[in-house]
Design a binder for this molecule. Sequence first.
Ligand SMILES: NC(=O)c1ccc[n+]([C@@H]2O[C@H](COP(=O)([O-])OP(=O)(O)OC[C@H]3O[C@@H](n4cnc5c(N)ncnc54)[C@H](O)[C@@H]3O)[C@@H](O)[C@H]2O)c1
Length: 448
Amino acid sequence: MKIAVIGTGYVGLVTGTCFAETGNMVTCVDINAEKVQKLSSGEITIYEPGLEKLFLRNQKEGRLFFTQSLAEAVAQAHVIFLALPTPPDEDGSADLRYILGVASDLGTLIKPGDYKVIVDKSTVPVGTASSVRDTINAASTQNIEKWFDVVSNPEFLREGVAVDDFMKPDRVVIGTTASEAIRIMNELYAPFVRQGNPIIFMDEYSAELTKYAANAFLAVKISFMNEIARLCELFGADVDMVRRGIGSDERIGRRFLFPGIGYGGSCFPKDVKALSKSSKDAGYDFRILDAVMTVNEKQKLHLVQKMKAFYDNDLNGKHFALWGLAFKPNTDDVREAPAFEIINALLEAGATVSAFDPEAMHNSKEILGERIRFAESQYEALEAADALIIATEWNEFRTPDFEKISQLLKEKVIFDGRNLFDLQKIRQMDFHYESVGRRTITQPGIES
Ligand SMILES: NC(=O)c1ccc[n+]([C@@H]2O[C@H](COP(=O)([O-])OP(=O)(O)OC[C@H]3O[C@@H](n4cnc5c(N)ncnc54)[C@H](O)[C@@H]3O)[C@@H](O)[C@H]2O)c1
């Protein structure tokens, strides 16, 4: 099939590459000229495990193209995916400017006699498919109503495992009742669901809401566990034990029960906000969501509060090493990363920071500039630092050389926002160690 993917970011590039991998001819469109130029010349623009290999192979085999021209891509395509940004507006609602802007352009490009399916992959509020349909019709000078369908096909991939998630999705959700669109979407997704995972067809409103419901539910799980972790700290319980205790109940499940320094990234924060706003607009006060957001904001600074308590509320002149800038491991994405909130709070309190991340240094430099020092390696970041802070659970931070850490830090102090280390092991090595929802290990000689 001939496919166009409009927007070549984290979702668009993975979508385009994976559809090319199953034999389709894919043209990806982006307005960012530099991005298109790099991609066209074989340079990948995001870090996503496993993506580069597929990207290069499909480009080499002539199934994956990049262009700035919407008209060129749309002219050949049977199916047009919208993988455009839907950032939060000032009031928290999803900003549909990119989606509706492209929809308006599509109205001028779709011609009678050449049926196309427009697929919304971006995360958008309920009613957007309908707005896209209206916008396309309004922008056309001809009667094209029966020559296209708009389908909601929310994307559930997780950055860091996006290729696996796309190639073997838990489920594919398709929101449409149009029979030709159902036939085409079934054919397109058939290679991805061979192991029997379902393609779930539903109306477009339900599909649009499903995506928000999924992200909001996961955010609830995270904030819930962060609150349980707070209670553990107050009661002297261990959140790892509580997590295992509840996770073995099949109704709860083991995944997504890890406390930390709050959720970040380009999806959960904006999607929870947008669902809360659209609920309010519809006359419903979705109270759990407001609590989830409040808990999350507080949790992002929980580690800094611990640090302030440890240093008698005086961080001025202290120097900290920070491991992990990406909002989660295996990505270079730093959008809404909790590490940045921690860094900002530390700088505000008069401290300085040396940071290291395996993949997110470039994106972080663009945001932080010269405000912190970017270290060459995780160990170089430790030099002359008063303590180590862990903000992202990259695998290479899980079993570090503690001997080296001891030698490089001024004092053996670790503030771990991701509970990477075993308490027993840390105790034997004489570190002062604070994590989330677990006992503080106090090193003899350093008062806490
Ligand atoms: N990132 C994720 O993990 C993820 C997962 C599921 C769903 N989503 C949703 O998918 C959508 C896209 O997210 P993303 O993370 O890929 O965003 P992104 O910011 O990484 O990519 C968007 C791309 O669209 C391009 N663009 C903007 N306007 C354009 C236009 N008029 N024509 C062509 N290209 C244009 C931008 O230059 C950018 O490259 C959002 O709605 C997001 O909520 C994201």
